[in-house]
Design a protein around this ligand. Structure first.
Ligand code: NAP
Length: 326
């Protein structure tokens, strides 16, 4: 251990279910954790302290909430519980990490550094885009293109308008069901003829009269100057192109782990950029650095699994700190 009195014992980067659960456990173990919760931003994709659940209306599958709970309410509860036990909170991003010597050094978006004896990475994952020029332009200018129906779908501009969702996973199904409350019609554009989404989510969409599936189709252009007017589609089997008039486009094609700040830090990432952890533990390849939640989980990506991983990370960090005490 460093023995450096100015260093924090545990610094948690991220504030989703993994980060807050790690904070609750670390705080209750008297490790006086600091949680660096991130800075909100809206472009190119919405990123909020609290993570993906801040963009989720109703959480119905988290045990202990038989009637369900909204994502933001749930995250507020996580934070309050972590703060109740003494977690200190800072609204900064981490821009760089030096894990070459202990205590570790984290550089923040405010330009200062935080010294840490151990670090828990819990930064989650953010939404992907198709990558079309007009898609990103209209997404950043408020032109009716979004990666988050729950954030933007209720805006007046989308009311009683034809809308489209891209994707065939649970996120796309969730977005389509949500948008069906507002739009005059919701098209789900999927590049194949079968959905990746769970059966329950599929059924909710396929049985909704306000939602129409557009199978075997890719969006190849987004049409509109200041606001979206239509999308150009290409049939993935025939190559045939067609135009679909919509006033909103919601892209729901998966997520990318938030690990760019780890570049050059030596933390081992997999091909998709997720942090690699050792077996069922939260240990990364760097002694004293742990990871939890969606940033280290490309498979389950659920609030409950993230929270469980956060618990493991705090216990792993506590054990590691006690083994490396002076
Ligand atoms: P996902 O399961 O990875 O699905 C992404 C979808 O986008 C796939 O259908 C994929 O098509 C399509 N796609 C990917 N790249 C594309 C591109 N460039 N152009 C067009 N389509 C593209 O992602 P997700 O839906 O965000 O879900 C991620 C995880 O979160 C899953 O484990 C899911 O179960 C979970 N989740 C759960 C809930 C819930 O339970 N309430 C809600 C949301 C998400 P292909 O199918 O052809 O690959």
């Amino acid at each position: 251990m460093s023995g450096d009195s100015s260093s924090e014992r545990v610094v948690i980067i991220g504030s989703g279910p993994a980060g807050w659960t790690a904070a609750i456990y670390a705080a209750r173990a008297d490790l006086e954790p600091v949680c660096l919760i991130g800075v909100p931003r809206s472009n190119p994709a919405p990123v909020l302290p609290g993570g993906q659940l801040m963009l989720t209306t109703e959480v119905e599958n988290y045990p202990g909430f038989p009637e369900g709970i909204s994502g933001p309410d749930m995250m507020q509860g996580f934070q309050q519980q972590a703060e109740r036990f003494g977690t200190r909170v800072r609204g900064v991003d981490v821009t760089a990490c030096d894990f070459s010597s202990r205590p570790f050094t984290l550089t923040t978006s405010e330009g200062d550094t935080v010294k840490a004896d151990s670090v828990i990475i819990a930064t989650g994952a953010t939404a992907n885009w198709i990558g079309l020029d007009n898609e990103l332009r209209l997404a950043t200018s408020g032109g009716g293109v979004s990666a988050c129906a729950v954030c933007d779908g209720a805006l007046p501009v989308f009311r009683d308008q034809p809308l489209a969702v891209v994707g065939g996973g649970d996120s796309a199904m969730e977005e389509a069901s949500y948008l069906a409350k507002f739009g005059s019609k919701v098209y789900v554009i999927h590049r194949r003829d079968t959905l990746r989404a769970s059966k329950a989510m599929q059924e909710r969409v396929l049985s909704n009269d306000a939602i129409e599936m557009v199978w075997d189709s890719q969006v190849v252009d987004v049409i509109g100057e200041t606001v979206i007017e239509a999308v150009e589609l290409e049939n993935t089997k025939t190559g045939q192109r067609s135009r679909l008039d919509v006033r909103g486009l919601f892209v729901a094609i998966g997520h990318t782990p938030a690990t760019s700040f780890l570049e050059g830090s030596g933390v081992l990432l997999d091909d998709a950029g997720y942090v690699v952890v050792d077996g069922g533990s939260s240990r990364t390849n760097i002694d004293g650095v742990f990871a939890a939640g969606d940033v280290a989980d490309s498979i389950y990506r659920q609030a409950i699994t993230a929270a469980g991983m956060g618990c493991k990370a705090a216990l792993d960090a506590e054990r590691w700190l006690s083994e490396h005490a002076d």
